[in-house]
Design a protein around this ligand. Structure first.
Ligand code: HEM
Ligand SMILES: *[C@@H]1O[C@H](CO)[C@@H](O)[C@H](O)[C@H]1NC(C)=O
Ligand SMILES: *[C@@H]1O[C@H](CO)[C@@H](O)[C@H](O)[C@H]1NC(C)=O
Length: 495
């Protein structure tokens, strides 16, 4: 009995090895794969980035790496990024559609949404609509700028209550950026104690943990277990509840809207639906809910974690913080509020913000792509269907691209004259046709929130808190480990 089981196992093993050997000879080199789980044992899931760096040293900028049974490649360095996502964008801008994350977002309505959609007409139409709508909110009294500054006033109130005491900024920043997204999506903010906002925070955390976690990987590697009542099922329930909340917002806003006078993203979308009627487009109520879900998830966590890294570095590097404050005081002298335009007069602040994004590296592996046709990359053959893992971390710390690739140093973005310069390897939002849709909004938020808070407060690393730990907790979206900062009202702006 045992013998026959062993025999079958050996046979399966050989079959898999054979099928791999049949793989194109010119496929990129990489570590040896194991049947079913691929190369996952190469990674320490606590910090896989270190392992990926090691593999780059060994195999070069493009190497093979399988996620479970699916063949994949990892792309490193700005040169390979540009070849894949710009020069050969049409071959490398798909998304895998059978991963755990896909299953999570399809919960409830069956549509893949925007972020994880392959190159379909629904993706193209929603991407164009999303870019246009966010751009149209640039101006006017309901502008994004206004919405961000209004939310920042609530953040200030909480920080004032913490004057002189150490506080953990995690919840505060996540709530603020979630509210900015809700303001843009359906013109609502939630009180920081509100049940809904706490639901959203818990939900983002759960998704981020699940998709990267062991259970998500098991789901990807062993299709047979997908329908069993294992922990990954819980996330589906939470996603369902979230989508119900977005649907409720759609239905409520539909009652009060005036066609042609959009107040927010939902109204814009409903106008679009009215206009298109039955023209066969992909716009629908279901797609709208998936779209709201995608923007909220993509927009809130990313920006909040960047802010957290920002304040971690600014408290750990008080000289850098002071120099920012000097520049802010000078440029904003006599003004009530900062505006996004002021950034042109603040080269040092700009350099610091960019350096925070570079070292914070909050989406280290971007979002996985998929090869949509057979093609070539850096001389290797990449067949259709290959999963493509863009290692953004490798570009943001690439030797030869940065003056100081491995340390926090705003000089990375300043020339000899002290002017702000942006090296081409600065791509925290990735590049090409799939690049982040919310880049402008994110940069506006980071600038306005940072500048407004630094103008009013001084942030100090508590004396008894030990050494700051800059190592991130790994995730699709990384965050710093929890930390406390002491908040002091600045003399000048106390009144
Ligand atoms: C600091 C903040 C942010 C960072 C670092 C960031 C980074 C990224 C990255 C690396 C990608 C993947 C690009 C690719 O697949 O090649 C992405 C995609 C995306 N981001 Fe962001 N993001 C941020 C904020 C935002 C915000 C505020 C929004 C909301 C409006 C947003 C919406 C999206 C969407 C919709 C996609 C999917 C685009 C597509 O698949 O076509 N992001 N982002
Ligand atoms: C998406 O697919 C269309 C139609 O097949 C193609 O023309 C276009 O180049 C593709 N775009 C990207 C970014 O892959
Ligand atoms: C909005 O309300 C109108 C009129 O009551 C209705 O016909 C339409 O289906 C609603 N749309 C959505 C997306 O709920």
């Amino acid at each position: 009995m045992l013998e026959s089981v062993l025999l079958i196992l050996v046979a399966v093993w050989l079959l898999v090895l054979l099928s791999q050997n049949r793989r194109n000879k010119n496929f990129p080199p990489g570590p040896r794969t194991i049947p079913f789980i691929g190369n996952l044992l190469e990674l320490n899931l606590e910090n896989p980035i270190v392992d990926l760096d090691r593999l780059t040293k060994r195999y070069g900028n493009v190497y093979s790496f399988s996620i479970g049974p699916r063949p994949g490649i990892v792309i490193n360095g700005v040169q390979a990024f540009k070849e894949a996502f710009i020069n050969k964008a049409a071959a490398f801008s798909g998304r895998p559609n059978d991963q755990y994350a896909n299953r999570v977002v399809r919960q409830n309505d069956g549509v893949p949404g925007l972020i994880l959609s392959d190159n379909t007409s629904a993706w193209r139409e929603h991407r164009r609509f999303g870019l246009m709508t966010l751009r149209n909110f640039g101006l006017g009294k309901n502008s994004m700028e206004k919405r961000i500054l209004t939310e920042t006033q609530y953040t200030i109130k909480i920080l004032e209550q913490s004057h002189g005491k150490p506080m953990d900024p995690y919840q505060l920043f996540h709530k603020a950026t979630s509210n900015v997204m809700c303001q843009i999506l359906f013109a609502r903010r939630f009180d920081y104690e509100d049940e809904t906002i706490n639901f959203f925070l818990g939900f983002f955390h759960e998704i981020n943990k699940a998709v990267n976690g062991r259970w998500g990987l098991i789901y990807d590697c062993v299709p047979l277990v997908r329908y069993l009542p294992l922990p990954f099922q819980r996330v589906f329930k939470t996603v369902q509840t979230a989508k119900e909340k977005y649907l409720k917002a759609v239905v409520e806003n539909n009652k009060t809207r005036i066609p042609g006078q959009p107040r927010h993203v939902i109204d814009c979308y409903l106008d679009e639906l009215d206009e298109r009627g039955d023209d066969g487009s992909s716009f629908s109520e279901k797609q709208l809910c998936a779209f709201l879900f995608d923007l909220h998830v993509a927009g809130a966590d990313t920006t909040a974690n960047t802010l957290l890294f920002g304040f971690l570095y600014l408290t750990a590097y008080p000289k850098v913080q002071e120099r920012c404050q000097e520049e802010i005081d000078k440029v904003l002298d006599g003004k009530d509020q900062a505006s996004f335009e002021d950034r042109d007069q603040m080269p040092y602040v700009q350099a610091v913000l960019h350096e925070i994004q570079r070292v914070g590296n909050i989406a280290p592996l971007s979002v996985f792509h998929c090869a949509t046709r057979d093609s070539e990359l850096m001389g290797y053959s990449i067949p259709k269907g290959t999963i493509v893992i863009p290692n953004l971390h490798s570009v943001l710390s690439e030797e030869g691209q940065w003056k100081y690739p491995h340390e926090f140093n705003p000089e990375n973005f300043l020339n000899e004259k002290g002017e702000f310069v942006k090296p081409e390897a600065f791509i925290p939002f990735s590049l090409g046709p799939r690049m982040c849709l919310g880049e402008n909004l994110a940069r506006m938020e980071l600038f306005l929130i940072m500048v407004t808070l630094l103008r009013r407060f001084k942030f100090i690393w508590p004396e008894d808190a030990g050494e700051p730990d800059f190592a991130p907790s790994f995730g699709i979206v990384q965050s710093p480990k929890p930390f406390f900062m002491k908040v002091i009202l600045r003399e000048k702006n106390c009144g």
